[in-house]
Design a protein around this ligand. Structure first.
Ligand code: TR5
Length: 157
């Protein structure tokens, strides 16, 4: 019981730390993930294509925890709308991102599934998208968390 209390208080501090980081984060157009995409910060991609890349989270919350991020610098899920359904915006042209954002979202989920299969998460996994302060988002470049390799709990905190 003692070690359980210790573990859960560690988890509490870890969780509080993540929430603290999220509360301090300000939406920005140049994030750590943009630097990773520009290869200014070394990062081993476990998957990449024209639209997105995937890499392991530096601070894993499960035995397997990776992120799928679009190359297109979308700050957060709630900023995706249907406007670029009609027009290819400058970013699509410059970055050679051929998919409009609403299709890109579907692509990111399919890639999450492909990588999860490669990493043998056949027993299941969880996708998480943190959005904004209450969603505990700390990096303002859209990303999907994929967590697996252990039993997930519900409800989330
Ligand atoms: O809180 P949200 O949903 O915004 O998630 C951001 C995630 O990015 C967290 O799980 C961090 O652990 C993760 N992160 C932060 C950095 C980083 C990273 N994952 C891989 N590589 C990273 N580098 C090199 N630098 C980071 N600051």
């Amino acid at each position: 019981a003692k070690s359980r209390t210790f573990t859960s208080s560690c988890n509490f501090y870890k969780m509080a730390d993540e929430v603290f980081k999220a509360q301090q984060a300000t939406p920005s157009d140049d994030t750590i993930f943009s630097k990773i995409l520009r290869k200014e910060i070394p990062c081993k991609f476990i998957y990449e294509d024209e639209q997105c890349v995937a890499f392991h989270d530096v601070n894993p919350q499960a035995p397997i925890h990776f992120l799928v991020i679009p190359r297109k610098p979308i700050r957060m899920l709630s900023e995706v709308d249907e406007t670029d359904k009609l027009i290819k915006n400058w970013c699509n042209l410059v970055l050679n991102c051929k998919l409009p954002s609403f299709q890109l979202l579907g692509h990111l989920m399919l890639v999450a599934n492909i990588v999860a299969k490669d990493l043998r998460l056949e027993k299941g996994y969880r996708l998480v998208v943190n959005n904004g302060v209450h969603g505990a988002q700390s990096v303002y470049h859209l990303h999907i968390h994929i967590l697996g390799g252990r039993q997930m709990n519900w409800p989330p905190g």
